[in-house]
Design a protein around this ligand. Sequence first.
Ligand SMILES: NC(=O)c1ccc[n+]([C@@H]2O[C@H](COP(=O)([O-])OP(=O)(O)OC[C@H]3O[C@@H](n4cnc5c(N)ncnc54)[C@H](OP(=O)(O)O)[C@@H]3O)[C@@H](O)[C@H]2O)c1
Length: 331
Amino acid sequence: MNKVILLNNRPVGKPALSDFSFTTDSIPVPPVGHILLKSIYVSVDPYLRGRMNDSKSYIPSFEIGKPIQSGIIAEVIDSTHSEFKKGDFVSGILEWKEYQVSNGKGLKKVDQNLSSLSSYLGILGMTGLTAYMGLIEIGAPKAGETIVVSGAAGAVGSIVGQIGKISGCTVVGITGTDEKAELLKSKFKFDYAVNYKTSTDLNRAVKKACPEGVDVYFDNVGGEISDAVLANINKFARLPVCGAISHYNDTKIPVGPRLQPILLTKSAMMKGFIVGDYSAKFPEATKQLSIWLKEGKLTHEETIVYGFENIPQAFIDLFDGKNKGKMIVKI
Ligand SMILES: NC(=O)c1ccc[n+]([C@@H]2O[C@H](COP(=O)([O-])OP(=O)(O)OC[C@H]3O[C@@H](n4cnc5c(N)ncnc54)[C@H](OP(=O)(O)O)[C@@H]3O)[C@@H](O)[C@H]2O)c1
């Protein structure tokens, strides 16, 4: 039998296991020119929360009663496709199913001799590209500057900080546990780490960590953490807005300090982006990330959860900060 995970209903607030349902169908037989795929690694990502809402966005909503989709590494186990053969591994946006048929569109072959299969969902996949594009294209870091990154111990944040160090900057990370703060300094070589959950005055904590002010703020979370960083930006600061996870489960429109006077008086630039905006530059960015990885200038962390049935819980756990680095489910 083939296990499948469906969206059971649209979450209100933080997602719950009851928002997902399990079903089974038979293992499909691929028509001529198609491939049969077996899921190996499934990526769970904060952005999937937005797709569970019934609202217009940059990517279509999931439909109730239909399979959820995310980045998946799968093995080709049967093929009559001209470009994919049995035993190949591919990466693509696929359904939360153990087995599925594809016509090959949107799939990319991945080579486990060059890097681990799971790395193609993280550092050499969407989150690595997000870190690279957002920091290099919008943050435009210059040696000697100070970069602050929130969500720092996660998939995107941990790579942003390391690229910041490669760029010759002082790097400060904001994260939710002392253990993660330690990891930022020991493994990822951040200069300073702030635990936003234990800090009683975040504005002061950021000021202390950044005595010369903040030149680049890579924002993964929004909310009060970002308010505190914005209060400390320098003239001509750049603020790539990558994510706003602190708002993804909001049921009311959040309010906070008005940003215009800060941006105006600091001649600062805040710019939202979706990684796909930069798809033309993905080959060059992937090449650079691979080189840094091979040279040991970049490292990465993964939190691997085991078992197809644990995909929904792994997704929910992102909102409780249970992951270090990329959260991935191994089937
Ligand atoms: N723009 C794009 O194209 C793009 C692409 C990929 C990802 N993103 C966004 O980038 C951000 C990071 O994504 P990721 O895949 O790297 O996820 P991640 O950071 O690996 O995982 C999410 C982390 O967010 C933190 N978090 C959860 N709830 C929070 C809250 N209320 N306030 C502050 N922090 C909270 C947790 O860490 P702590 O323990 O530190 O709280 C958790 O580990 C997300 O907002 C995501 O939507 C954007």
